[in-house]
Design a protein around this ligand. Structure first.
Ligand code: NAD
Length: 513
């Protein structure tokens, strides 16, 4: 079966499709009467209307997931993993379709969209190993005639609330593991990029997943609040900005749920004087401007140590000026920002940085773009690569997460000052050190208070079989995404102590524990 979803860009006949929720293996029309617009960031055109769920619609979707849970929980592990393998095969064959959908709503260049699908696929492949991952332990004769064993069981209905910047990969950090472990899922995607979730729902149906195991609920705070407070939802996996992550964590834990809430970031790349400066400049550009800086692992602060700063800034500026910004479908290096509001927010930060004394070395506000604006639009939400030098830690371009193609250079004299600066930042998602000194690298990875570290690797996203998560304001809860921590999150432990009575045993003994 081919997906019934058209890419919004392909609608082409002047009409704008109205999207739907997905519950019980079928589309569910929105009835709240509330909608938001989905736009193509490269043209500024509205491409779809998205229904925003009212509380009763959210309850309907959760009920579909709840109804499917007992059957899926009791489906054999081998059958469950067969469905996972089928999903993997279908996604391999059709990944390009999903990448196109992502580019049409997010704006990132198509090769980058394909990369995010590939990273999500790695979690599917990890989850295909669920029979091994769910093995418990057993102890024979723990006490005379007593055996003990442990199992891990699914939680029930699991809620996933995802951000706009990875429409496929971030949900895929969670749902392959949740589903393989026997849970059912309600995914609440970002209202800015809703189509990837619906495409994935159709793929699951094609892969043979029983109806109701994977559901999609569209909406805003009303939908989120339903998931956070419903007694029928067992857990919440959230990814988004820090203020909302904190709210989600506090609200959902107060309602008795297991919660992992991943928040925002300010990722530093520290360059020591002995580093290969060409390599460092290449990687600073890749990590600062890839996906227009709309990555939670983007490098937004470069800390130049010692007297290399002028040379490094020149090298980065030269590379940044050579980038082609434009429509992600036109083989550009960098696409637009997701919305007009995001664009205006980013240019506002550049204005503020300049006013606060930063040097604008490369100015994305005046860049030119390779794009074909749609009629009656403002022509796409572009900001070119921007390089700010001489940034201080009290300036808003440093204190705030900008989430755009803005790379700030801070200058320090010593390694110690660099680590102090990174550790003083309230975020702790990712960081990278560029050096040729193994001893310095070893010290850095030990001393820095950040969850994911790269040594000469600018965007150190862990493989699916490790776990993804930051420290401090970048994660609320104690369990990171995917890897064995993901399996742990989506299951709960049970320990069984067994004694088969021997005729020679028995009788009363109140002293036994
Ligand atoms: P966001 O916080 O605005 O939205 C995330 C989700 O929360 C969306 O589904 C949205 O509909 C919902 N939401 C928004 N406002 C809400 C409210 N008031 N109440 C309840 N729900 C609400 O984030 P975004 O702009 O979509 O994504 C960008 C942010 O996500 C950045 O801060 C980025 O660093 C972060 N992010 C973090 C990671 C990570 O792994 N730590 C990964 C990707 C993105």
């Amino acid at each position: 079966m081919t997906s019934t979803l058209r890419t919004p860009a392909a609608a082409g006949d002047g009409t704008v499709p109205t999207l739907h929720h997905w519950a019980g293996g079928a589309p569910l029309e929105g009835t709240s009467g509330r909608f938001s617009d989905v736009t193509d960031p490269a043209t500024g055109a509205v491409t779809a209307r998205l229904p925003l769920a009212a509380d009763d619609e959210a309850a309907t979707v959760v009920a579909a997931a709840q109804a499917a849970f007992p059957g899926w929980r009791d489906t054999s592990l081998s059958r469950r993993t067969q469905v996972l393998f089928a999903f993997r095969e279908l996604l391999n064959a059709r990944a390009g379709e999903l990448a196109e959908l992502i580019t049409a709503e997010h704006g990132k260049v198509t090769s980058d969209a394909a990369g995010e699908v590939a990273r999500g696929q790695e979690v599917v492949e990890f989850a295909c190993g669920m029979p091994h991952l769910l093995k418990g332990s057993a102890t024979e004769n723990a006490s005379t005639g007593v055996d003990v064993h442990s199992v891990r069981q699914p939680l029930g209905v699991t809620g996933i609330i995802s951000p706009f910047n990875f429409p496929a990969m971030v949900p895929m950090w969670f749902f392959p593991i949740a589903i393989a472990a026997g849970n059912t899922v309600v995914l609440k995607p970002s209202e800015k990029v809703p189509s990837a979730a619906l495409w994935i729902a159709e793929l699951w149906r094609e892969a043979g997943l029983p109806d109701g195991v994977f559901n999609v609920l569209h909406g805003d705070r009303t939908a989120v609040d339903h998931l956070l407070t419903s007694p029928d939802v067992a857990s919440i996996s959230f990814v988004g900005s820090t203020p909302i992550a904190r709210y989600v964590y506090e609200t959902a834990t107060a309602h008795g749920k297991r919660v992992q809430a991943l928040g925002g970031a300010k990722n530093h790349m520290v360059v020591l004087p002995d580093a290969d400066l060409d390599l460092a400049a290449d990687q600073a550009v890749n990590a600062g401007f890839g996906s227009a800086g709309e990555r939670c692992m983007a490098v937004s602060a470069l800390v130049a140590v010692g007297d290399i700063a002028d040379t490094l800034v020149d090298k980065i500026a030269e590379r940044a000026r050579g980038l082609r910004t434009g429509d992600g479908r036109r083989s550009c290096d960098m696409g637009p920002l997701v919305t007009a509001a995001a664009r205006d927010r980013v240019t506002g930060y550049i204005d503020a940085g300049e006013a606060e004394g930063a040097t604008v070395v490369v100015d994305g506000r005046t860049a030119t773009y390779d794009a074909a604006p749609a009629p009656d639009t403002d022509g796409g939400f572009f900001v070119g690569p921007t390089l700010l030098d001489h940034v201080r830690t009290d300036q808003t371009v440093y204190t705030d997460e900008i989430f755009g193609p803005v790379l700030s250079v801070l200058r320090v004299d010593t390694y110690e000052q660099a680590v102090e600066l990174v550790n003083a930042n309230p975020y702790g998602n990712g960081t990278a050190l560029f050096t040729n000194d193994g001893g310095a690298a070893r010290r850095f990875q030990n001393e820095v208070e950040v969850g994911m570290i790269g040594i000469n690797v600018p965007v150190p996203v862990p493989m699916a079989y490790y776990s993804f998560g930051g420290w401090k304001n970048s994660l609320f809860g104690d369990t990171h995404a995917h890897g064995t921590e993901g399996v742990h999150f989506f299951t709960r432990a049970k320990v069984v102590t067994t004694r088969w009575l021997d005729p020679s045993h028995g009788g009363l003994d109140l002293s036994r524990l």
